[in-house]
Ligand binder design. Structure first.
Ligand code: ADP
Ligand code: MG
Length: 348
């Protein structure tokens, strides 16, 4: 995997050597970080805000496939998917911890690549990497990221805050990461059958990037702040629109109407889905990993969102007994089902 590169066995360096390497690579810039790497625990100070914490575990073979995910992208994505959870609370992410389990096939250079990607993401999103843990693993690569952030009490957007009459909105566009994954999987099969054939991803940059290099929507949180938009409820779209809508409806004890024709789908996502014989709407509803924000706002805030190019109103919140329905392009009503993308499916 790392054949053409220098290989430094991690055993030569030892765990402390690795940590000291990491410590040198890491820069602390956030005012709320009192102490980062180097003691038994990091120390943070959020003075008058509430603290937000979220963790994700990423396992090789379950959540990522190193045959088409470059290590640098993996480090970058591991940070992004985690920050997304803090933004989904309408918070500001400020720190992360980054833990890795490494089997013997990974030399130091592999760790450097992972951290390179992770630190690029940290820098871009203004978060400090303040610690982690390092261990050998029997098989494969394990990454766990915890993200920490803060928000004023009255700004926090829970899944449970949606109210009847709220507008249902989503940022960006959906389904791209899933269709990008289909493309990467296809090219992997072609490669496995004939390693001489180079992957054909020509002209598909957008959806490949949606899969390999997602961007958490910090900018949408900034836009809320700028325009005085306060979501009643919010969640990030990690498992597909259908499953996230159901999470909001269940937590908030409400129903909803979703309009298929309003679901934002990029033309490249649409065309590529069609090439694969997939329904683009299904890709948006049940694909995963778009890391957009799904939220509800009171109708009075309509004027604040109606001209935002990156926000689409896709439906509205109803009372619970009205059900959770999608109105299709042809006007038929379908109950929304949470198929959800989930990592367990692959092992069944
Ligand atoms: P402990 O034995 O108390 O767990 P460690 O030797 O594991 O301590 O960690 C020492 C310091 O190095 C801590 O500040 C820890 O957060 C940091 N650290 C360890 N592993 C990593 C890692 N993979 N990435 C970033 N920081 C790390
Ligand atoms: Mg430790």
């Amino acid at each position: 995997m790392f054949d053409n590169k220098e290989r430094t066995n991690i055993n030569e360096l030892g765990e402390f050597g690795l940590i000291s390497y990491l410590n040198k690579a890491v820069e602390i810039t956030e005012p709320s970080t009192v102490k980062g790497i180097g003691d038994d625990a990091a120390v943070l100070d959020f003075s008058d805000s509430k603290t937000l914490i979220s963790t994700d575990l990423l396992l090789e073979g379950i959540h990522f496939d190193l045959r088409y995910v470059p290590l640098k992208h993996l480090g970058y994505k591991a940070i992004q998917v985690n920050l997304s959870d803090i933004y989904a609370m309408n918070g500001t992410a400020s720190q992360v911890t980054f833990s890795i389990g490494l089997s013997s096939k990974f030399p130091l250079e592999a760790v450097e690549e992972i951290y390179e990607g992770a630190l690029i993401a940290c820098k871009k999103y203004n978060v400090d990497l303040i610690g982690g843990d390092t261990s050998a693993s029997v098989q494969g690569l394990v990454i766990s990221v915890t993200s920490i952030g803060y928000a004023k009490t009255d700004k926090i957007a829970y899944r449970s805050g949606a109210k009847q009459g709220d507008l249902l909105c989503v940022s960006g566009d959906l389904g791209g990461a899933y269709v990008g994954l289909q493309l990467l999987e296809r090219e992997k099969q072609v490669y496995l059958e004939n390693p001489k054939i180079q992957p054909d991803l020509e002209g598909k940059d957008y959806i490949v990037e949606r899969q390999l290099k997602p961007e958490a929507r910090k900018d949408v949180i900034a836009l809320f702040e700028e325009f005085g938009i306060q979501p009643n409820a919010m969640i990030d779209v990690s498992d597909g629109l259908a499953s996230e809508i159901i999470h909001i409806c269940e937590a908030s004890n409400v129903g909803c109407k979703l309009y298929e024709e309003k679901i934002p789908i990029d033309p490249m996502t649409y065309d590529t889905a069609r090439e694969f014989g997939l329904d683009p709407t299904i890709c948006a509803l049940n694909g995963g990993e778009d890391y957009e924000l799904l939220f509800t706002i009171p109708q009075e805030q309509y004027d604040k969102v109606k001209n935002q190019l990156d926000i689409t109103i896709i439906g509205y919140i109803t009372e619970k007994n009205a059900g959770r329905d999608m109105i299709s392009k042809s006007g038929n009503i379908h109950p929304i089902k949470a198929q959800g993308w989930n990592a367990f499916k692959e092992n069944e």
